[in-house]
Design a binder for this molecule. Structure first.
Ligand code: XMP
Length: 510
């Protein structure tokens, strides 16, 4: 399989670059610039290298640099933004910084031919974000594109297969970014588009079948996309030797526990051990109002319940997890590895004794995980489902959690999701749910006064959940949801819509 290396210099778009390459069916992996040597790069047999952007200036003492040997391996290199400047600097060019030369946002670029610009109009929009620029080219290079402020918006040395662009081709605001990346991946590197999810499934199933033969494997099934796909993939490899423990903490959405059990257990044949622990969790959460305390209690209790269920299964050899590629990249960044706490199971390997951890999705991006899931026969509605927090509805019932409040929230939430799912906004809204406030207000129903709960509706658009915008839903959808909730859910007198973005708010209310 052909591979492209994305050498990470701290750019905020490092994941995006790898995703764009993979979208062309070429495998791409990200490595921090200081975690791989030129010799290792050569030994791995990469077809090409992409240097990412980064927040630094090449002359800063602490800025990341690259071994010149990487540029002399004969492997094609594309430098993006900081990577472009770094390539020029490393090969003897000059970088300068001038206040009036910085560019940010959509910028028109004019090119005069060059390998990367095949099939790109002479003038097009790109996305720029830089202060420094390449002032003097290294020997053997020529400038192939410019902007009104920047003489070297792109450079090339086709003989040595080295290329640099000041703009970000991986960002959608660069109109011909995809064409430029394709010109590099296929035109320059000659990579084969052989990364497909069918091949991934086949190789992965064979690999895990061999590695896990005769072993007893345990997986914590949350009902979310990642753990479900990991479970179905491993089930295909080892069948009943995979034990999927599904802890139902009673904080799931309406009918969710039964749906997961039915879909993955009955329809797909997984060996599911469902632990109904609602009473235990509600007991522990009694009287607790503070959000962080709720999370801690749920996280801790989850581990207890899971461990107990695991002990009852006897000796387990392997723990399987639904870790995906962005988690791996995040964990390995910087000099000290940070282990991301994974949903509710982050502490498990530390407290339980396993010989081995199996993470079948650790090379995949979320959209690839979804594709694998669908190919494995998991229904689309499960594979495409929106994110759901580990602590569940506990962080959507504001204040103290009671069974009554959870029931009200579940019904209101189901109505809102149903109404939005019926509308065209389903595809563009990343997450939508209801929240139950602990504020009551007065209403009137028939001839009598009511005094009931307030439901807040939350819907956001976002690509990465780091920032989010409240969704501009039409009044017709909101009106329908509000009308149905106040009519059909006993105990609710008022429905409000949350019009705050993130920041300053977060997506969840707690
Ligand atoms: P916030 O509220 O931080 O949410 O803006 C961003 C995204 O993360 C989800 N979320 C969680 N997911 N465990 C999870 O697995 C959690 O404790 C948790 N808290 C928030 C949230 O639903 C949104 O998609």
């Amino acid at each position: 399989m052909d591979k492209i290396l994305v050498l990470d210099f701290g750019g905020q778009y490092n994941l995006l670059i790898a995703r764009r390459v993979r979208a062309e069916h070429v495998y791409a992996e990200i490595k921090p610039y200081n975690k791989i040597t030129a010799a290792e790069i050569a030994a791995e047999g990469y077809k090409g290298i992409i240097f990412t952007g980064g927040p630094n200036s090449v002359y800063d003492e602490s800025s990341p640099h690259v071994d010149r040997a990487v540029l002399e391996l004969g492997i094609p290199v594309l430098g993006i933004c900081y990577g472009h400047q770094l390539m020029a600097y490393t090969l003897g060019g000059e970088i300068a910084s001038a206040e009036n030369s910085s560019e940010y946002g959509k910028t028109s670029v004019t090119h005069k031919g060059g390998v990367l610009f095949k099939d790109v109009p002479e003038e097009s929009n790109t996305f720029m974000s830089h202060n420094d620029y390449v002032k003097t080219l290294p020997e053997g290079f020529r400038a192939v594109a410019c902007t009104s402020k920047c003489g070297v918006a792109a450079m090339e040395n086709p003989e040595k297969k080295l290329f640099g662009v000041q703009f970000h081709p991986e960002v959608t605001h660069t109109d011909y970014g995809r064409v430029i990346l394709r010109n590099f991946i296929f035109g320059v590197c000659g990579a084969n588009a052989d990364w497909t999810m069918d091949d991934f499934i086949e190789t992965s199933v064979a690999k895990w079948r061999e590695q896990l033969a005769g072993k007893k494997v345990l997986l914590a099934l949350s009902g979310g996309v990642d753990s479900s796909v990991a479970a179905v993939l491993l089930h295909r490899a080892i069948g009943k030797d995979l034990y999927s423990v599904f802890v139902d903490h009673g904080l799931l959405r309406k009918n969710e526990g039964d749906y997961v059990e039915k879909t993955l257990g009955e329809k797909l044949g997984l060996n599911i051990i469902r632990v109904n622990a609602k009473d235990l969790f509600l007991e522990k959460l009694k009287g607790v109002c503070e959000p962080e305390k709720k999370r801690k209690i749920i996280g801790g209790e989850f581990i207890h319940v899971f461990e107990k269920a695991a002990r009852e299964l006897g000796k387990i050899d392997v723990l399987a997890q639904g870790t995906i590629y962005p988690d791996v990249v995040e964990s390995g960044r910087g000099d000290s590895a940070v282990i991301k706490s994974h949903h509710n199971v982050g502490g498990l390997p530390a407290v339980m004794d396993f010989k081995m951890i199996a993470e079948p999705l650790r090379e995949l991006f979320k959209d690839e995980v979804r594709e694998v899931g669908e190919k494995l026969g998991i229904p689309r509605e499960l594979v495409r489902r929106q994110p759901f927090p580990g602590p569940g509805l506990a962080v959507r019932v504001i204040g103290e959690i009671t069974e009554e409040k959870l029931d009200i929230l579940r019904d209101a939430d189901a109505i809102f999701r149903e109404e939005l799912d019926r509308s065209e906004f389903r595809e563009t809204t990343a997450q939508y749910f209801a929240v139950l406030l602990d504020t009551r207000s007065v209403g009137v129903m028939g001839d009598s006064r009511t005094y009931g709960y307030t439901v807040a509706l939350r819907a956001v658009t976002t690509d990465d959940f780091m920032t989010a915008d409240f969704a501009r839903l039409p009044y017709s959808v909101l009106e329908k949801a509000s009308g149905r909730i106040t009519n059909e859910v006993k105990g609710v007198t008022r429905v409000v819509y949350d019009i705050t973005s993130k920041p300053p708010a977060t997506v969840e209310w707690e």
